[in-house]
Every structure is written in C-alpha cells, then in structure tokens.
Design a protein around this ligand. Sequence first.
Ligand SMILES: Cc1ncc(COP(=O)(O)O)c(C=O)c1O
Length: 375
Amino acid sequence: MKLFDKKKNRRNSNSKKWDRYHSKDILPMWVADMDFESPVCIKNALRRYIEHGIYGYHSEPKELRDTLKKYLNKKGWNIKKDWIVLTPSVGAPIYSIYDLIPKTSQVIVPTPIYLNFLKAPKHLGRKIKKLPMKTENGRLIIDFKKLLSTARKNSWLMFVNPQNPGGTVYSKNEIKELAKIINKKNITVFSDELHCDLILKENLKHTPLGSIKEIEKNIISFYSASKTFNVPGLNCAFAVIPSDKLRGAFKKNAQGIIDDANITGLIALSSAFSKGWKWRDDLIKYLNLNLQILLKTLEKYQNADPIIPEATYLLWVKIKNPKQKNLQSHFEDYGVGINDGIEFGKKDFIRINFATTRQNVKKASKRIEDALINL
Ligand SMILES: Cc1ncc(COP(=O)(O)O)c(C=O)c1O
C-alpha cells in the first residue's frame, strides 16, 4: 500500500485541482483526478516516447485496437475494431454530439449528472428534458417507469454508468430493462462508461450498454484510461459506435473541430489496458479504505447522509443546510474544497473526491466534522 501513501507535492505542478487553492490551507477534494502517480507501465512507456526526442505528427500505436477489442471482450462485448473512434476526451463529445441531434429531438438528461451534461446544452442553447433520478435501497438510479412515460419516439438519452456523482453500477437486469425501453422508443444513447473500471465492490460487474445486441446500433459508448489510471491531462478517450450511419456522422462532424487523441494519451491507454490491471486492483483496495474512513466520520452526523458509491472515488452526500449556506464556501472555510451539488443539478448535496493519500483523508475528515458541526 506504500505506493498510494507516497506523498507527492502537487502544488506548483500545473494541477487544476491544487491550483484553485494554491496559497491556502484547503485540501482539494473536488475535480475528478487522483493524487496518485500512474502505474510504472505508463511512466515507462511515456519515458520511451519522451526519450526519442522527435514529437512529430503521430499515428496510433499498432497494438491499440486489439487491446481495446480484448478489453471490451472481457466485459462481454464482442466489437469490431473499426467501430472504435479515438477522441481527445469524453468531455468534448458531450458538446459536439449536439451537432448530430436534430434540433426538434427530445434529449433526456437524468439528474444529478456529471456537470458538463448540463453545461453543454446551456452553452449551445439546446433544450433538454431533465429526468430526476430516484434513490432506491441507498442507490441513485434512473426511474425506468418515468423514463418510459417521458421518452418520445426517437429521443436521445444521456446515460452515465457507473453514475457520477452517485457511483451507481447498473446491474445486468437494470441494463436489460433500460434496453427494452431504448428498443421500444428507438432511443439513441450517449453512454458514458468512463468510470467502469473503478468498481469498488467485488460482487459487482460492469455491463456495457452496447453489449445488448438488440440495441447495439442505438448506442454511442465512451471509455478511457483517464479516470482509472489518472491520466486525464493526456487527452485521450475512445468511442465505440457500431452503427455505420452514426459512426460516419460522428467522424465527419469531428473533423477539424475535435482534434485527434494526444499521442501521450494513446501510449498511456495502450500500456494501461494491457499491463495496468494489478495496479488498478491495489488502487481499489486503497480507495475502499479511504471511503470507510469518510463514511465513519459522516455517520456521526445527522446532517450528512451519504450515498455509498458502488464505483468511482466520488462520494455524494446529502446535507441538511437549514441556513441555506453556500456549501462550497462553507466547506472551504473549514479547509476542504468540495464540489457543490448544484453543479450537478441538485442543491443541498456535496461531492467529495476521496482519491488522495490516507493522511489527507484523515485530515479532511476532521475538517469535514468541523464544517458539519457549524452548518
Ligand atoms: C462521467 C464523466 N464523463 C466525462 C468526464 C470528462 O472526461 P474527460 O476528461 O475525458 O473529458 C468526467 C470527468 O470527471 C466524468 O466524470
């Protein structure tokens, strides 16, 4: 476990997460990156690239598509290699996808949701239909009945699995139930599966939505090494689009607007997905212990009600906020930089990123206690 306990100063290292509070004693637990070094396999692969010294226009690593095909095969989805479209991020397509969605189409966005799914339509002046999620047995999930009654024929759906900010991992049965609705209403889905390798509970498994044969052609799925292996700064992700028509439209639209994935990101992706899994298993153990520390702290306070995440390193907590304080500022006043739930479309919630050293988590727990006592 020493690996993740290693203290690494991220101040003055061009870290968005840490620079927000560069001269303040505030522990940053907001944006979703981790305070851990990436696995050695990534560092070695990047070192080889850096040492070469010539950084010209790149082609993709030869073995990459085979690695990605194998990766999805293990998750029960047999894809064709030419269904893969490399992208610089998942964030960029969250915006650019609207070029493919007719202006008259209904776009359903379950809330709360990763903030860019709310920012993009606002920025683009596009209407969306928000679908509030429900909490059932301590899990934040889409209300499938509501989805069925809300969706029109040929709607679009923004789907995040594992969910951010709630950390839900949809079960195979839930995926099948969703697939039935997709089939019935001919819904096209933007399926963001970016966090799928960060499942915290051993008995849970990720089911790619696209692996359900009957709806395969309706799904545009997104994956990346960025969250699991902590390389979001290297700008690389990939889409899997089985429909020739959708894939063609997506690629045509991306030309000249969304640039190619970065070569350093492609190298990291290729090496992580072939050699990084043992490191990932150790990471999951470390994250689970961090989570336990935070949950133990929160359970002492009536004004904090967490959703226990099944995946991700993000903890979504309902806060009793009788004085309607600005939650971000309030927690900052006590030395912790969290995300206010309002960013994800839900007030009186906070999101805590617990992917940091145990020492920081312990320190943060004390500060969170003080913040809760003084709400
Ligand atoms: C669910 C989800 N989708 C997309 C993104 C953005 O991914 P990228 O860094 O590839 O743009 C994030 C980042 O936190 C996320 O949590």
